[in-house]
Design a protein around this ligand. Structure first.
Ligand code: KIV
Ligand code: ZN
Length: 388
């Protein structure tokens, strides 16, 4: 089995659904170009039938993107599919992403239908979509809570109807990683025509397990991961692109040689761009792209980090385009960090100087969240007036 994980970015669709994150066509177009530069394999550009503005965005993106596949979302409804087909008309690689709910919640509460009726609608939707493109992805919404035997019937039916990718969304972020992994393994082992399609993970983060679930899916044979920059998406968000990419990068060997085509040095710059354009701040402790992802503030950590960065850092910040590691001085910092920062500011203090300065530093630090360079300069200059 090929070990490449196709990265399907849905920042412009699932990410853009977040209240306050809506983008205009120009903003979507600029971001799509950056995503292509980043190396994503598929850009889900929008939901063309949802509004004239989104139709326009998808068609403009379809015209300019040359390498990545451009995808439009639809319900399993003929009109949706026709509109998506029209929006994707000029794409070099168009994909229609259609689907329907498959869990009992969806079948009974949403559609008041039977399992057989859902399968019939799924087959019909894939056939309609195949009239517009050979690249059709089917999503079995709420697959995370769908009984595996029924899900296998759905997957077999839609592949039979011409789906080339089958998305197994954990729409509500409910699954545990081993359960999601077992679901993918079950499909790989029980769907007779599964070799004719790629299985895709689309995991939401309601329990903070989206990244773990997507990786479990890939470990069990899924070869596409759907994700967003900064993990944006409905409710608690989607799988975060930067996290899955770096898990795969860091654990290549443990994961049997899985790889992606993402240019990891772009991860921090693109995270900031998405945060700015969507006016959605990134939490400081966010993995890979948070402001504190490479900051060290406790004395024990700072001492170890200054002796050997790898003691406390598993990723080189340059590898993900971050500004660099930071030593933050707080009341929890130790003498090593203080000496390091004084040296950076141009002072050459001995160990004895630092011993004298340290209690004074703690006095300042106890009154503040973080000790700034200006505070240190004051302390340093007072200690060595001749350096003024
Ligand atoms: O979470 C989900 O199930 C979705 C589908 C529309 C793919 O976003
Ligand atoms: Zn989703």
């Amino acid at each position: 089995m090929d070990q490449k994980i196709h990265i399907f970015d849905t920042t412009l669709r699932d990410g853009e659904q977040v209240p306050g994150c809506k983008l205009n066509t120009k903003e979507k177009l600029n971001l799509a170009l950056r995503l292509e530069e980043l190396g994503v394999d598929i850009i889900e550009a929008g939901f063309p039938i949802s509004s004239p503005g989104d139709f326009e965005s998808v068609s403009q993106i379809a015209k300019v993107i040359k390498h990545a596949t451009v995808c439009g979302l639809t319900r399993a409804v003929q009109k949706d599919i026709e509109v998506a087909g029209a929006a994707l008309k000029h794409a070099v690689r168009p994909r229609i992403h259609t689907g329907i709910g498959t869990s009992d919640y969806h079948i009974k509460s949403k559609f008041n239908a039977t399992q057989d009726e859902i399968i019939a609608r799924a087959i019909q939707a894939v056939k309609w979509a195949r009239n517009f493109t050979d690249d059709v992805e089917f999503f079995a919404e709420d697959a995370g809570r769908t009984n595996n035997e029924f899900l296998a019937r759905v997957v077999e039916a839609v592949i039979g109807a011409g789906a080339t990718v089958v998305n197994i969304p954990d729409t509500t972020g409910y699954c545990l990683p081993h359960q999601y992994g077992e679901k993918i393994a079950y499909l790989i082992n029980n769907v007779p025509n599964v070799d004719k399609a790629i299985l895709s993970c689309h995991c939401h983060n309601d329990l903070g397990l989206a990244t773990a679930n997507s990786i479990a899916g890939a470990m069990n044979g899924a070869r596409q991961i759907e994700c967003t920059i900064n993990g944006l998406g409905e409710r608690a968000g989607n799988t975060s692109l930067e996290e899955v990419v770096m898990v795969i990068e860091q654990h290549k060997k443990d994961l049997g040689g899985l790889y992606t085509n993402i240019k990891t040095q772009m991860l921090n710059p693109i995270s900031r761009e998405v945060s700015d354009v969507m006016r959605m701040p990134v939490q400081p402790n966010k993995a890979i792209v948070g402001a504190n992802a490479f900051s060290h503030s406790s004395g024990i950590h700072q001492d170890g980090f200054l002796k050997d960065a790898q003691t406390y850092e598993i990723i080189n910040p340059e590898q993900v385009g971050a500004e660099g590691s930071k030593i933050v001085l707080t009341a929890r910092s130790g003498r090593s960090a203080l000496a390091y920062r004084f040296q950076k500011l141009g002072y050459s203090f001995t160990r004895n100087d630092i011993d004298v300065l340290y209690p004074k530093f703690l006095e300042v630090a106890d009154g503040k969240k973080e000790v700034a360079d200006a505070d240190l300069t004051q302390l340093g200059d007072a200690h060595t007036p001749e350096q003024n």
